[in-house]
Design a protein around this ligand. Structure first.
Ligand code: FES
Ligand SMILES: [Fe+2]
Length: 355
């Protein structure tokens, strides 16, 4: 399974951040489809093909006029439903050509993001209980393009055993390479999973470490939740400091080999996104992310390899095996077919056969 799997048209994917629309139409590529996303003056968001039917100018280079998008080339206008409403060169009352209309793409707004689904969506969005909670501030990381598959990013995000190696420069503990046993809970009828794990990490973000009041190595509790296909939430609670940090990641399949990551932190230790501590939290998380991206962009394949038998697994990979099983089953379920070879019985037998 790779980014260009046509079944991915049946899910919501992030097109852009909602705030990006404040400056006019935005271009977004989702599953190879080039779209223009715009907030019209009535507040609604629309997504249309980013290609004017006249001479193929990009509507994302145009502007919003009232409840319409205006093409930058000859000023044709399109309403939120994609209907061409004006061809200025023909005069105000002229009929527009019948083929001048565009097919809109369904959109929704949630979690500060604009989402699109190219076909009827088969799963709801990830739930984030702390999104609107009191005392929680959203700190956005820069949107990031990556040369890796979306599923590979999510696989890495859920992976626990890589911390001591990939993240030895930030929070990973080289001298604690073992992964303790942990449980994986399926949620939402197979559309999600949950994992809880408590472990020790380096916490250089804690200002009391520099003063010697706190040790660098501290316990934290993690709770992962994942939702098909490429949304995940990691809630971190640092026991010594009381800091709570939820990391939300949403990865959009841009084309066969590239993806776009949208990432936001929900922190209880900053007062606003402009707070210097918010900036340093974002910088730290971006360093962690970069450690992952260096590795992910060097993977030998861009295909996720849902056929789990092609890769080698251990019990430390329990959650990422379950990710493969659930994602595979959900994709297969779209066709109304029963899950195939990768069924619930496959995973335990894979685990038994490995150390
Ligand atoms: S190309 Fe858009 S109006 Fe001519
Ligand atoms: Fe990582």
């Amino acid at each position: 399974m790779a980014n260009d799997d046509p079944r991915l048209r049946r899910y919501w994917h992030v097109a852009c951040r909602a705030a990006a629309l404040d400056d006019g139409p935005v271009a977004a590529t989702v599953l190879g489809e080039e779209l223009v996303i715009a907030r019209l003056d009535d507040g609604t968001v629309t997504a249309l093909p980013d290609r004017c039917p006249h001479r193929w100018a990009r509507l994302s280079d145009g502007c919003v006029r009232g409840a319409e998008i205006e093409c930058p080339y000859h000023g044709w206008r399109f309403d939120g439903a994609g209907r061409c409403t004006a061809v200025p060169a023909l005069g105000e009352d002229a009929a527009v050509p019948s083929r001048a209309h565009l097919e809109p793409v369904r959109t929704t707004e949630a979690l500060g993001l604009v989402w699109v689904a190219l076909d009827e969506p088969a799963a709801p969005l990830l739930e984030v209980p702390e999104w609107d909670a009191d005392g929680v501030v959203a700190v956005w990381l820069p949107d990031t393009d990556l040369s890796a598959g979306c599923a590979q990013f999510v696989d890495n995000f859920l992976d626990i055993a890589h911390f001591p190696f990939v993240h030895r420069g930030t929070f990973g503990l080289e001298d604690q390479p073992e992964t303790e046993p942990f449980a994986v809970e399926d949620t939402d009828g197979g559309a999600g999973l949950r994992v809880r794990y408590r472990h020790e990490v380096a916490n250089p973000e804690d200002p009391a470490v520099a003063t010697g009041e706190h040790p660098l190595v501290q316990f934290r509790s993690m709770e992962y939740t994942w939702r098909v296909p490429f949304s995940a939430r990691l809630r971190l609670e640092y026991e010594l400091t009381g800091v709570e940090n939820t990391i939300l990641v949403f990865v959009t399949p841009v084309d066969a080999t590239s993806s776009r990551l949208f990432c936001v932190l929900l922190r209880n230790d900053v007062t606003s996104p402009e707070d210097p501590r918010a900036r340093s939290a974002a910088e730290f998380e971006y360093r962690v992310l970069t450690e992952d991206l260096v590795l992910l962009e060097r993977l030998a394949e861009r295909d996720f390899g849902l056929a789990v038998t092609e890769q080698v697994h251990t019990r430390a990979d329990r959650n990422t095996i379950e990710l493969r099983r659930l994602l595979g089953a959900h994709l297969e379920g779209l066709d109304g077919a029963a899950p195939g070879a990768l069924d619930a019985h496959t995973v335990p037998s894979l685990l038994e056969a490995t150390p």
